[in-house]
Design a protein around this ligand. Structure first.
Ligand SMILES: [Zn+2]
Length: 257
């Protein structure tokens, strides 16, 4: 039941016909896991927390470095050296004291992800490497949880929503089936345009809030954004019948094991 204070705080959402009180109540009840506490997570979490998602877990084992500050705007110079999730959860709590934010200082592994993903409604992948993305994809599919995955490199961003609620693909592995050279494809090596992370992280929050509110259009889409020319492209995703994760053969092997 929404309180008077919440009616006022979230009034601009409640005014939207698509959301109304019921949609805002669903957002308030939402449970979200955000994996990664870097440049995508900052804008994504800002909108999730300020929009009222009350149960959020953030997992990351990185410490804050000076080179993070140009994109990870919740951190200040005096935070350098501290764990990202610890500082981030405190700052976000100030943004919305009603939010219960659980920081988990850990590197993602299969067992931890299974425990964390089991108890949430959806997952935001805000990591920056192929290994983590593949693992998160696999566990979200196993547990039938929607996955909102984004990436940003140089001036180019990608966003995909994998709706695993029916236990089937398409999935991240359908698109990126080969090993990607993380060393070559990293922001640390090639650079990234700071506002691009703001756009892609905000887009993740937009998709997440609509999923929680039950108003997300059906279907799995891949969005590509070119920040140099301000152009979005949208592709409907379909499952790869020989995908090593979501094909019928892969799923039956997984279930029998
Ligand atoms: Zn797949």
């Amino acid at each position: 039941m929404i309180t008077d204070e919440q009616l006022l705080r979230y009034s601009r959402h409640i005014l939207l016909d698509e959301l109304d009180v019921a949609g805002q109540e669903a957002i308030l009840a939402g449970r979200v896991l955000v994996i990664g506490a870097g440049g995508l997570a900052h804008p994504a979490l800002s909108y999730l927390v300020s929009s009222g998602v009350q149960h959020i877990t953030i997992v990351d084992d990185d410490r804050i470095e000076l080179s993070n500050l140009s994109r990870q705007f919740w951190f200040t110079d005096s935070d350098v050296g501290q764990h990202k999730v610890s500082v981030l959860s405190k700052r976000l709590h100030q943004l919305n004291p009603q939010a219960q934010i659980q920081p988990v200082v850990a590197r993602s592994n299969a067992l931890l992800l299974q425990q964390l993903i089991e108890s949430v409604d959806l997952v935001l992948d805000c990591t920056d490497n192929y290994f983590s993305r593949s693992l998160i994809n696999r566990v979200c599919l196993q547990l039938h949880k929607p996955l909102i995955s984004a990436s940003a490199l140089v001036f180019s961003g990608q966003l995909a929503v994998y709706d695993f609620r029916h236990g089937q693909g398409p999935c991240y592995q359908c698109l990126f089936s080969g090993e990607i050279n993380d060393q070559a494809a990293s922001c640390a090596k090639q650079g990234v345009f700071s506002p691009l992370l703001g756009m892609m992280g905000s887009a993740q929050a937009s998709e997440a809030l609509q999923l929680l509110a039950g108003i997300h259009p059906n279907g799995c889409w891949l969005h590509h954004f070119d920040a140099r020319h301000f152009q979005w492209q949208k592709l409907r995703l379909s499952a790869n019948p020989s995908c090593s994760v979501c094909s019928k053969k892969a799923l039956s092997t997984d279930n029998s094991g």
